[in-house]
Design a protein around this ligand. Structure first.
Ligand SMILES: [Fe+2]
Length: 132
């Protein structure tokens, strides 16, 4: 099993001194709208919050995977150089359309950097309302 990096992999001192390195490899999860059972919900995963990752042919974010707890929901494979322009830096971002069918999800995501390996997001608990 490959090593999986999270922000908790690093000591508090490393988290501070390597803040940009950690941020640009970390997947962040966002849900658009109010989750309702049976209604499509966009779950977005963006790699990097304040810092953009390099995006060239030797070094880029190649996959983004969305999980509910330990159950894989979807995985997207990305080509190099699709999230950047001349500066060769960008934030890989994908939106997964999920139709919620239960009360609670525990979303988490992973991304793979071709040079720095597998990175994991924080867990995001999402409560789902009954359909109006
Ligand atoms: Fe990297």
């Amino acid at each position: 099993m490959p090593k999986i990096f999270t922000s908790q992999t690093f000591s508090p001192e490393e988290r501070e001194s390597r803040k940009d390195f950690i941020d640009k490899h970390t997947p962040y999860i966002f849900c658009d709208g109010i989750p309702q059972k049976g209604v499509p919900l966009f779950v977005r995963v963006r790699v990097g919050s304040e810092h953009a990752h390099i995006d060239d042919f030797n070094h880029y974010i190649s996959t983004i995977t969305l999980f509910d707890a330990d159950h894989m929901l979807a995985k997207v494979e990305l080509a190099a150089c699709i999230v950047s322009a001349d500066e060769h830096r960008g934030n890989a971002e994908v939106a997964f359309s999920i139709v919620p069918n239960k009360d609670v999800y525990h979303f988490n995501a992973q991304c793979y950097c071709t040079k720095h390996g597998l990175w994991q997001s924080e867990d995001v608990e999402v409560r789902v309302n009954e359909k109006n």
